[in-house]
Design a protein around this ligand. Structure first.
Ligand SMILES: *Cc1c(COP(=O)(O)O)cnc(C)c1O
Ligand SMILES: [Zn+2]
Length: 425
């Protein structure tokens, strides 16, 4: 059975208890899979099972999360699964970051609500149905920089469960504000930043009948770990050398580590990729903590940045991320707004409309290739966390290409394009 285990003192909690913190010491809970049972199945059997489900006629089999259900949450009954067809995102070649470095982009933004948050939310909301049979459940709540709330609202609507979201006023994109409203969630705009929303929602989440849906909740991480499964599978069941993850609250980089670790236990890959938590200078408390050997995380007040989805000064999952980076031999990066814009433009120019967070991660990868942390011959995956289409206003503000204008006449169009009038084929 899957259980929840305190990362500080080891105390266990049941997976459908709805617990999001240790009852003894308040520490973060980690999902712990039943590895002893899973390793009894041979790697070849797992590979065949996963391949078969991809072409199944059953929508649960085809979900990119539930296709891996034995590794995600085997105790969840099929009738509780709430799916919107998440996962199954493309792994595509990206622009070069250095000679002889193979760069791939994992397009996690190509999702029902436009971000990787759907992967965790399908698990949390499905589990919420199981939790609701065991205890009172009136609402699912989250604080958000815009993507968690969109995902929670969509999956909550699908499950018929009430949703409350707290957003930092003016700090999420118009698309991100529209999404929870469209799905019928109760949206509260808070006069403050994400960290302020998080402080309120922690207290709200501790009340009877409320389930916290932030990535502090370990159920989210179980679903997000499937990004690691898909990357390894799409590389022919091989681990890349490095995986770069745009990082804010630090749940996702921890989920990635948990996913790759499981694959190694199951002998589906032979080593762990080095994980890189990519931050922006305006909100890089983990990057600063690395300079102190990760001894402590000093919360900072996040500054202005285009990367609003990772604009977090006091990340909840620091202890989880620290372990992921130390155990995988990984590192952190922090880039300024200029580098972020160049990163975004490089991906855009390659046909991969990038969100600001992914632009920062790409710029971080490029920097690591320049300083030798990423070496020649290595295979690198940049995780693209959201669709660029959620961030059109931010992208438009830094766009250098502009439309030309012309009256509806061929001659005029040729003229603005600088093409000769003669020369009909
Ligand atoms: C949530 C989010 C992140 C950060 O993930 P964490 O788990 O909070 O570190 C990065 N990019 C986008 C687009 C996000 O929505
Ligand atoms: Zn504890």
């Amino acid at each position: 059975m899957t259980s929840l285990c305190c990362i500080e003192c080891g105390r266990a909690a049941r997976v459908f208890s709805g617990a999001v913190a240790c009852a003894r010491c308040g520490g973060l809970l980690d999902p712990v899979r039943d590895d002893a049972r899973l390793v009894k199945t041979r790697a070849a059997t797992w590979r065949a099972l996963v391949a078969r489900r991809a072409s199944s006629a059953d929508e649960i089999d085809r979900s990119g999360v539930w296709t891996f259900r034995e590794w995600v949450l085997p105790e969840l009954g099929a009738k509780d699964v709430v799916t919107l067809g998440e996962g199954r995102t493309p792994l595509v070649r990206g622009p070069a970051i250095a000679p002889k470095v193979e760069l791939w982009v994992k397009q996690c933004g190509q999702q029902p609500t436009g971000s990787f948050k759907d992967l965790g939310m399908t698990v949390l909301v499905s589990a919420a149905r199981a939790i609701a049979r065991r205890r009172r459940l009136d609402a699912l709540v989250c604080a958000s920089t815009g993507d968690t709330s969109a995902a929670l609202a969509a999956y909550g609507a699908r499950a018929g469960l009430p949703v409350v979201v707290l957003l930092p006023k003016g700090k999420v994109s118009p698309a991100q504000l529209l999404q929870p409203l469209a799905h019928g969630a109760h949206v509260v705009e808070i006069d403050g930043d994400f960290d302020a929303c998080m402080r309120v929602v922690r207290e709200l989440g501790a009340r009877a009948g409320i389930l916290l849906a932030n990535s502090k909740n370990p159920l989210r991480l179980l679903g997000q770990a499937t990004v690691a499964f898909e990357i390894a599978r799409d590389l022919g069941w091989r681990a890349p050398d490095v995986v770069v993850v745009p990082s804010g609250n630090l749940g996702n980089v921890a989920a990635m580590h948990s996913g790759f670790s499981l694959l190694r236990s199951l002998r589906l890959i032979d080593r762990l990729p080095r994980l890189v938590a990519a931050q922006v200078a305006a909100a890089d408390p983990l990057h600063r903590a690395r300079a102190r050997g990760y001894a402590t995380l000093e919360p900072m007040t996040a500054g202005e940045t285009l990367a609003t989805a990772i604009r977090i000064g006091d990340p909840v999952s620091f202890p989880r991320a620290r372990r992921a980076l130390v155990e995988s031999g990984g590192t952190t990066t922090s880039v300024d707004e200029d580098a972020l814009k160049h990163g975004m433009a490089a991906l855009d120019a390659h046909g991969l409309l990038s969100c600001p967070q992914t632009g920062a991660a790409f710029a971080g990868a490029r920097r690591l290739a320049q300083d030798g942390t990423i070496r020649r011959g290595e295979r690198v995956v940049v995780v693209s966390t959201a669709s660029g289409l959620k961030f059109v206003e931010a992208k438009a503000a830094v766009q250098t290409n502009a439309p030309l204008a012309a009256p509806a006449r061929l001659g005029a169009v040729l003229e603005v394009l600088g093409l000769p009038r003669a020369g009909v084929a």
